[in-house]
Design a protein around this ligand. Structure first.
Ligand SMILES: [Zn+2]
Length: 240
């Protein structure tokens, strides 16, 4: 009898140590009911009439970089989900990072292999190669296909959009940006101001992984939340 009770205790300890944590990690693998749709490739609208409109989706482009890990830590601290739109050509310097982003519950999006302006490219087989090479890398790293595609510079045409759809991805541009590619955003006020002066319901917000972006990210997330906005999990978005 004593042995039986001892064994039961051990089983419960193992459940708490291994089984429960295993089910709560990997957020992107848990089924989340889609509650938002993308409107005109760039903003989010609730599927339900009375759904919360005051939401924001954070998207982070052009990684992975040496600063990705620090960004993950800040996002985790705030409980904020995001899509990392990656370029496969940036993977070679840090081959574990895409896997890490995915493991930490973030979504990986396709942003082409080498950040090619697809609309300017005349050779369609080159366009296909840029997209598909990145698709393969994401699948290799995460075991899943990317759900969303972001064209570099936001540039695409109908032919490109149809191709992206035929590859099982949904086009996603943005409706607001920190404009952190501009040198003056190294100034905190300018950086935060670029976002807050344009903040709106259903915004898809674009940031990058620059040194100053990481430096102001904590403040940015706090400021957005203080305005009453909720960051949504990318898994809540309907795909086409
Ligand atoms: Zn980009």
């Amino acid at each position: 009898m004593r042995l039986y009770r001892y064994e039961t205790k051990i089983i419960w300890v193992m459940v708490f140590l291994f089984v429960l944590p295993a089910n709560t990690s990997h957020a992107s693998q848990i089924f989340v009911k889609p509650t938002y749709s993308i409107y005109k490739n760039s903003t989010l609208v609730p599927n339900e009439k009375h759904g919360n409109k005051k939401v924001i989706l954070l998207t982070i482009d052009d990684g992975p970089t040496i600063r990705s890990k620090e960004m993950i830590d800040i996002l985790k601290k705030h409980g904020v989900g995001a899509i990392f739109f990656i370029n496969g050509s940036h993977d070679k310097d840090m081959p574990e990072m895409i896997k890490e982003e995915y493991k930490q519950g973030f979504m990986i999006g396709n942003h082409t292999w080498s950040h090619l302006n697809l609309k300017k490219e005349k050779n369609f087989s080159k366009i296909k190669e840029e997209v598909n090479k990145n698709t393969k890398l994401i699948k290799d790293k995460t075991g899943e296909s990317a759900k969303f595609f972001r064209p570099p510079y936001g540039e695409f045409n109908k032919e490109i959009k149809d191709f992206i759809k035929s590859e099982g991805m949904t086009m996603m541009n943005w409706s607001g940006a920190a404009k952190d590619w501009e040198k003056n955003t190294e100034n905190e006020e300018v950086f935060i101001g670029n976002v807050m002066n344009n903040i709106h319901n259903g915004e898809i917000l674009l940031i990058h992984e620059h040194l100053w972006t990481v430096k102001y990210l904590d403040k940015l997330l706090t400021t957005i939340k203080e305005k009453g906005y909720t960051f949504i999990d990318p898994n809540q978005i309907t795909t086409n």
